[in-house]
Write a protein that binds this ligand. Sequence first.
Ligand SMILES: Cc1cc2nc3c(=O)[nH]c(=O)nc-3n(C[C@H](O)[C@H](O)[C@H](O)COP(=O)(O)O)c2cc1C
Length: 309
Amino acid sequence: MKIYSAPLQGFTEAVWRNVHNEVFGGIDDYYTPFLRYEHSEIRSKDIRDVERRNNAVENLVPQIIAATPEEMRPLLELIRNEGYKRVDINMGCSFPLQARKKHGAGILPHSDLVAGILEEVKRNDDIVFSIKMRLGWNDKHEWQALMEMINDTPLSHVTMHPRLGVEQYKKPVDIDAFREFYDACKHPVVYNGDLLTLQDIQRVENEFPELDGIMLGRGLLANPALGLEYSAGKEMSNKELAISVRKMHDKMHDVMAQRLQGNTQYLNKLKPYWEYLLPDMQKRDKKAILKAATIEKYMYAVNDGLANY
Ligand SMILES: Cc1cc2nc3c(=O)[nH]c(=O)nc-3n(C[C@H](O)[C@H](O)[C@H](O)COP(=O)(O)O)c2cc1C
């Protein structure tokens, strides 16, 4: 089974991907957070994130979000010009701002819009497309109305995060609904959602032996060794993990300290990783990291937290 790194806006950006791949690896393909075309432009931050010169990861798949072929085209042009051959289409994002524009999971109740996107896929046959989707926006059967046209479109795979858009991340994933999708989809299927440990991955693999792969999001942010653990078939010890997290953190620090100015920018960028990273770290240590108001205090708290891990 392949292991994919999920797109997470604000987290799995080029710096994280480059350093994760260098220090940990264990990932077949990394996906970029979604690129969007809005107000007749692509944000320069998003362009930088896919530019080849900023990416050391070879197996990188840019992800786009769009409701119409018109919104797709400038994104495909950028991606093609950067030399990528693969593109993932986001039909799963539940951010209300995106969903309101019928982007992400917000497109799922609108089969006419999905049809338009899939027609554009067929027109761009020099690119290999995949889709990342949820079961629906507010009804877990919405995918069924789309299945035939998805099956009729050339795609490398479909990633399913078996929840509804309106649920965001609250309710448990719906494994029964995933099974229905898995049986109905003619393309290779990738499972995504709530895989936090090696046992979680192995359980899904046993239940769905025909899976093409699994995609790890928050689980990989929490334990960056998760992909490696799957290929090794065993968990990493806390000590080993702390050493590698230290390496990854210091490399990210080096890049960000150069790029970001002042305490605030730097801390605003690095501290959020600790909302997910090493969730079983001692509470007191985690709190000290998240509360630190200067780089010095932050580094001190990170040193302590990793030494005690
Ligand atoms: C902060 C955050 C940002 C996300 N950004 C994206 C995104 O850019 N594109 C996307 O397809 N999904 C995005 N997602 C959804 C994840 O890729 C993934 O589908 C979801 O978190 C469930 O998988 P997990 O339980 O392994 O995290 C995001 C999720 C979170 C929490």
